[in-house]
Structures are given as C-alpha cells and as structure tokens.
Design a protein around this ligand. Structure first.
Ligand SMILES: [Zn+2]
Ligand SMILES: [Zn+2]
Length: 107
C-alpha cells in the first residue's frame, strides 16, 4: 500500500458536518460535530461497522491498521508492552501501566 499525502484543506467558516453552523476561522467543526460527522460517515458508508470501514481500506486481521499508523510515524508503540496509539496516549498510559519506565520525548 502506498502513502499518498493528504490534500490541504481549508476551513470555510461553516461546520463541515453539514449542519450549517458558523464556526470560527481556523475551525472545521462546531464543538463535538467532528465526532457526529465521523459517526455519520461510518453509518452512511459502512453500515456503522468499523470492520467494514477497515475492510474498505484494505485492513483487517491480516493487515494491521495500527501497525500501519506506527509505520507512518503518526502513532508510536509503547516500548514496554504491545500498546500502540497516539503519542499523548502512550505517555498517559505508560505513566499508569509502567510507572518506572521513562517515556522518551521525541521533540
Ligand atoms: Zn456541525
Ligand atoms: Zn505499555
């Protein structure tokens, strides 16, 4: 699978969930409406099934989407266990799950 760069999107001043709410410059969504739109997309295109969402993008039990996120560098793998996630989540989780393990800060 190839990595294609995401196109640049520009906020339009109106909520992208389609509700026509005016939003501030620099925002795509009224508060919480990104989750509404995400759920609506899942419902409209994938029968509200994350399995269908994954399958539709070529992922599944034999092709890990989380491994893909780590490979692209947008997610990290916990150095001490199998957990993968966004860097902030790793740091929070590591503090709880492995209090003795310092988290390397890549910045
Ligand atoms: Zn909206
Ligand atoms: Zn861990």
């Amino acid at each position: 699978m190839t990595t294609k760069p995401l196109p640049h999107l520009t906020p339009t001043g109106t909520c992208w969930c389609g509700c026509a709410t005016k939003v501030g410059a620099g925002s795509f969504f009224a508060p919480g409406h990104d989750k509404v739109a995400e759920a609506a997309l899942l419902a409209a295109e994938y029968g509200s099934s994350v399995a269908h969402l994954l399958h539709g993008h070529g992922y599944g039990p034999g092709h890990s989407v989380s491994a893909r996120a780590v490979a692209k560098g947008v997610w990290r793998k916990c150095p001490s266990c199998a957990y993968v996630g966004a860097l902030a989540g790793i740091a929070n989780r590591t503090r709880k799950a492995h209090p003795a393990t310092p988290v390397a800060d890549p910045t």
